[in-house]
Design a protein around this ligand. Sequence first.
Ligand SMILES: *Cc1c(COP(=O)(O)O)cnc(C)c1O
Length: 353
Amino acid sequence: MKTKFNINNLVRENIKSLQPYSSARDEYKDANTTEMIFLDANENPFENGVNRYPDPQQNNVKDLLSEIKGVAKENILLGNGSDEVLDLIYRAFCEPNVDNVITLPPTYGMYSVLANINAIENRAVLLGDDFQPKVNKILNVADAHSKILFLCSPNNPTGNSFTVETVRELLLKFKGLVVIDEAYIDFSEQKSWLERLAEFPNLIITQTLSKAFGLAGIRLGVCYASKEIIKILNNIKPPYNVNELSQQRAIARLQKMDEVQNEISQLISERKRLKKELESCDSYIEKVYPSDGNFLLLKVDDATKRYNQLIEYGVVIRNRTNQPLCKNTLRISVGICEENQRLLRALKAIKEQ
Ligand SMILES: *Cc1c(COP(=O)(O)O)cnc(C)c1O
């Protein structure tokens, strides 16, 4: 039997007893404000559109996300990019120089960078040759101080999703929190774990507006979890962590989901087309891995050589050859049709060299 999960057993002591900062907008936030004047935040009163502090709880953005994703607002926290969300998770649950996290390389580099910044040991357990997590190995390296397991699905840079059964087993058997980074979920045929949030009290899902939603420039990351976890993260986030301009741009975009869907569909069909074209090149491209993201991972004869040749043709991609299990691989983001054509021309041109 699984013992009853209690989030308080995972939170750092100093965070449990923290008195959070209370901003002017936290203390008075009556929405019925046309008759009120606001002299409580030392703002400059001359209107210019952004002279007031932004909503610290980003209510309008969350209302839209809540509707689009079918998740209650109390289960949502927003950050200055997923990177801030991930950092908040580290700081809430991982005691420096005591606790550890588990990551599954090859994967997104920020998990280990954040571990280093926060003085947290990173126990890396390589994915299998099929790029799936090795459940037994993961559970074996875990101990009482293993607070977080990071699963990136679809995974960057390999492009594959982890199987439902593997993720489910880890959610049930790992004693700490399981963060599923779904940065690429909107490009995937697999379902998001969002709809199963209520089933797993140790589940945190992160998503972002940086990829499918086309808003990398505004830095908006999204965290979905139990209301208990969201409350803890809310207590430690900087009060105004998502600025007014970002909130406005996010709202405008989320009100045009047909546009977002249309771009996603185009990128998925470009990804499929690109994969076919690359597979028919049959020269120095040895393998094109299946992808659920907006990128493709290729295995080539000599990744560094091909990377440099493409630069000569004005095409910049990512050389992943130094990542574990990724020797001689290149990661290519799917562009618009013209960009992909130019990429294909460059790949053909360098064939003879
Ligand atoms: C791109 C990416 C992100 C996005 O991070 P932001 O800080 O929200 O831009 C998160 N996770 C993974 C795996 C990514 O590849």
